[in-house]
Write a protein that binds this ligand. Structure first.
Ligand code: AMP
Length: 295
């Protein structure tokens, strides 16, 4: 079994004991599924010591959000960690991470106002803060993040660069169910009927991607895709196409073919459950900008 570290002091002491080897890190909120396992297995091959953190971070949840009912499945998470070859699991309490009087936050300002940031005020401030704290405790050489949460990945990549963290922040493709639904710890909230409709999110994104790839105008494509989702019972919060890595509205393009990499992303409610998904067009061009996306 992996070593379980409950306190920041235990985490630091463990890290001091592995000072001459490479350390890979996968931060999560637990309720591990095959998407998390993929990040862990990939990192297992690239590092000497593999650290997983499980922390449902209060700072990234809004007052109306699902902090208290977020699924917590420590026993099966530990089993998954063992199967993926994790060496240490950092599992702190909120009090360990935010002791009384805690008052320091970091904020990325260019990318976070867009997409999810517009609808979840403070969310990315909570994410960038906790991941910085985790990086300071774990001191990893590399950390993997899922592209399922593409905005989170680009924000964390930018923050690592802006703050000279010296950690290689890398993106890993979204793991999906056979019908295309992106794996998410929140999928357990879906009713049977909602689960049957949910794959329409990815199908619709794929349709939009094909159109935009072949040179169709972006605004009309997005409007049509949004209407298609709403017709099927989704309440669409946003459906947007932004250039990468700078999250700008793309200018009308020169037509079909590879241009600047693009992110087509959506957040939509099915009943009370908020689902997010996205597609990146021309991801290979990100490599040229020094942004590592795994295949
Ligand atoms: P979470 O526990 O939801 O905060 O996710 C922890 C990490 O796993 C984040 O980097 C997520 O982007 C990533 N992740 C979550 N779902 C998936 C998925 N379906 N495929 C790949 N990575 C994922």
């Amino acid at each position: 079994m992996p070593k379980v570290l409950h306190t920041t002091a235990e985490m630091r002491a463990w890290r001091n004991g592995v000072s001459h080897v490479s350390v890979g890190f996968v931060p999560t909120m637990g309720a591990l599924h095959a998407g998390h396992a993929d990040l862990l297995r990939r990192m297992r091959r690239e590092c000497d010591q593999l650290v997983l953190s499980i922390f449902v971070n209060p700072a990234q949840f809004g007052p109306q959000e699902d902090l208290t009912k977020y699924p917590r499945t420590l026993e099966s998470d530990m089993e998954a960690a063992r199967e993926c070859g994790v060496d240490a699991v950092f599992f702190p309490t909120p009090e360990q991470m935010y002791p009384p009087g805690y008052s320091t936050y970091v904020e990325e300002q260019a990318l976070t106002p867009r997409l999810c940031g517009e609808f979840r005020p403070g969310h990315f401030r909570g994410v960038t803060t906790v991941v910085l704290k985790l990086f300071n405790l774990v001191r990893p050489h590399a950390a993997y993040f899922g592209l399922k949460d593409a905005q989170q990945f680009f924000v964390l990549h930018k923050r690592a660069r802006d703050l000279d963290l010296g950690v290689s922040v890398e993106g890993v493709p979204t793991v999906r169910e056979a019908d295309g639904l992106a794996l998410s710890s929140r999928n357990v909230y879906l009713s049977g009927q909602e689960r049957a409709i949910a794959p329409a999110i990815y199908e619709t994104l794929q349709g939009a991607a094909r159109h935009i790839e072949s040179g169709a105008p972006v605004p009309a494509t997005l409007a049509e895709s949004r209407a298609r989702l709403e017709l099927q019972g989704f309440k669409v919060q946003y459906l947007e196409c932004l250039s990468l890595p700078d999250f700008q509205t793309p200018q009308p393009g020169p037509g079909p073919g590879p241009g600047k990499p693009l992110l087509i992303a959506t957040a939509a409610y099915l009943g009370a459950t908020r689902l997010i998904d996205n597609i990146i067009l021309w991801p290979e061009r990100l490599e040229e900008l020094g942004i590592k996306i795994h295949r």
